[in-house]
Design a protein around this ligand. Sequence first.
Ligand code: SAH
Length: 336
Amino acid sequence: MTPLGRKLAAEIEARGPIGVDRYMAECVAAYYAGRDPFGRGGDFTTAPEISQMFGEIIGLWMADLWDRAGRPARVNLVELGPGRGTLMADLLRAARALPAFADAIRVHFVETSPTLRAAQAQRVPAATWHNDLAEVPQGTPLLVIANEFFDALPIRQEVYFDGAWHERRIGIAADNFIYIPKGDPIRETAPARAEYATTLANRIAADGGAALLIDYGYEGPAEGDSLQALAAHAAADPLAAPGEHDLTAHVDFTALAEAARAAGVHVSPLALQGPFLLALGIDARAERLSRSLDPEARHAIAGAMRRLTLPQAMGSLFKVLAFTHKDWPEPAGFGA
Ligand code: SAH
């Protein structure tokens, strides 16, 4: 068993089965604490690790919104779960196209993993780090980006039997973690995610600004078990080797939108990542980048663009949702 597995097993033996939410939170924290999992040699690849264009486009989205919002003198640029810091480094480079915007922003990273904080410091040395959004200084408008952050926050699962939904928990039998009760159908809820969306929306309602949430997910409620583990780019058993695999679950964007609306911010329609990036000009950016390059590098850029935008790749599975302060302008990229 893994060190986390031994800890959880002892807890289960002493006090009984634990919720899927607690198991997932412990696994995610242990997993990221000690490793940089991104890229080909790692466990999975995220959009900013596929191409610099992803962070650049988000930088332009923010610069445009800031410009149309009347160019506030100071903005806290907040990234939730910045991974390697790649997205922010690309975003900041693109932001220099509008020097007044680059001057206005202060970067705040919300990151719990010491290993990833070190990686982020190499790419964005001027950032300030926090364990939680609540620690980001108040009283200044915020522009927030969260890419593949909400999918890492814990979910709960419920199983239907005897005419009612019952919480699905995790117990132990013969040194293996097992689901209790077993059964079908399953549904997922994510109070921790809704709570995070509420906190985020409350901050925007109080201080001004906007948030851009990008993740794989659906417009809920949906039934089914979406808890998944990834190791070396392949699916693994979520109950095997706790803390050694990345655990994620699809994001119910309807629940996040409802939480944000209740907190008094404007919520965009849900966009698909492909159309969103295309509306913001990723094809023009790819063309511009390709101009001075050799055929092999051009081919790589065209491939990255397809991967980010095509429906059969990340273009439809990944969705984009924006929260904006009600006095801020409509964000770009969500249609008319
Ligand atoms: N946004 C990055 C990384 C996504 S992976 C990218 O797109 O490449 C998830 C990130 O969220 C990691 O940086 C992880 O350490 C961080 N994270 C996970 N749970 C967190 C939590 N509860 N609080 C803060 N950061 C968290």
